[in-house]
Ligand binder design. Sequence first.
Ligand code: ATP
Length: 436
Amino acid sequence: MAQQTNDRMDRLVSLCKRRGFIFQSSEVYGGINSCYDYGPMGVELKKNIKELWWKSLVYERDDIEGVDASILMHPRVWEASGHVEGFTDPLVDCKKCKMRFRADQIDTGKNCPNCGGELTEPRMFNLMFKTYMGPVEDAANIVYLRPETAQGIYVNFHNIREASRQKLPFGIAQIGKAFRNEITPGNFIFRMREFEQMEMQYFVKPGSDEQWFEFWKEERLKWYERLGIRKENLEFHQHSEKELAHYAKAAFDIQYKFPFGWQEIEGIHNRTDFDLGRHQEYSKKNLQYFDQEANERYIPYVIETSTGVDRLMLTTLADAYDEDQAAGETRVVLRFDPRIAPMKAAIFPLVKKDGMPEIAHNIVNGLRKQFRVFYDEAGAVGRRYRRQDEIGTPYCFTVDSQTLQDGSVTVRNRDSMAQERISQDKIMDYLVERVV
Ligand code: ATP
């Protein structure tokens, strides 16, 4: 069974490279561990996932605003947040095979899970990448690559509140890069050292936090249906007292059933007034909120929803990957929800003559301002379908001899492989109804 699931993962990884979703970073130099580049299909998938998240929070609600904060922040931010002191993992080395592990991720006690050798005592290792601002490399100039996007939201809380005239409860959403010097990165793009987060911090009146926590737990789980993830592959995991971060009053992870096991894809945390409280203490600025209705001042509580774009790419790819039998051969198909499919449609002329390529090009030109679409005239139509199945294109339109007579084209459905005819004037409406 384990072999089977690993094979499946291997096949997915190789498809991702072959079809231009994901490449190892700096591959010509042998690659750099746990950094990846997204190719032509990968960037589209990534963009679509981010858009779906952004729309559901910022466009579809009145109470959430967006921000794009800088990666480098004042170093005091990371003292206030607790990262300088506490963003550490326990690192152990095997004295025999020299492999490195996170002590909290192995269940073999003092022995190496790889060779059984003796492990060193755990050393606390800070996961933040450090660098220097300006030409002088001394302690006064240290800055960090942000390990999470959340702090850029907290320090902008009052700027955004004032500029947008929001009242509590309201939220701030951000998508951006984060960096963690992970001890044991791995499982392809599951754990990386450079990755992108999508975080939304929802500021509420103390006392209403538990109710909002429940609200966001349910909302976020529902969002995964929009992403097209199968329900049976999702579950909540509640953090025990021991797992709870120092700032959290309650925390749930949404987990996905990856080929390598159930793993976190999103965290939902009740962070109390820890963050704004600490920034008030460290910055010496008054960060209280004045509640006009209640005529009182307080530090808002924060409900955080935090997920990773790359991890959701792996989730959508793993969930969509399928192999079935078609015309006596194995068909590899990515069954993405059409809303996140990188390529929305492919347009084929059946043959390269009789004016069919011109009609197909015209159709492509009519669609390309709205959708990412693809023109293909190379090889047999069956092979062209297979190529689109492998990247998850939901619909293929073919111009054939009947098109020359009545203007209709065939539409072939990726999942059912069924075909129907529609008028070429209706292609735009057909797609708008199904892929937006
Ligand atoms: P872990 O305990 O597994 O290291 P965490 O609990 O520290 O993870 P959070 O800080 O809650 O993770 O991060 C929120 C989200 O950001 C995660 O659910 C995940 O989707 C994403 N994420 C965190 N670290 C990484 C990483 N190294 N690579 C890719 N995505 C990540």
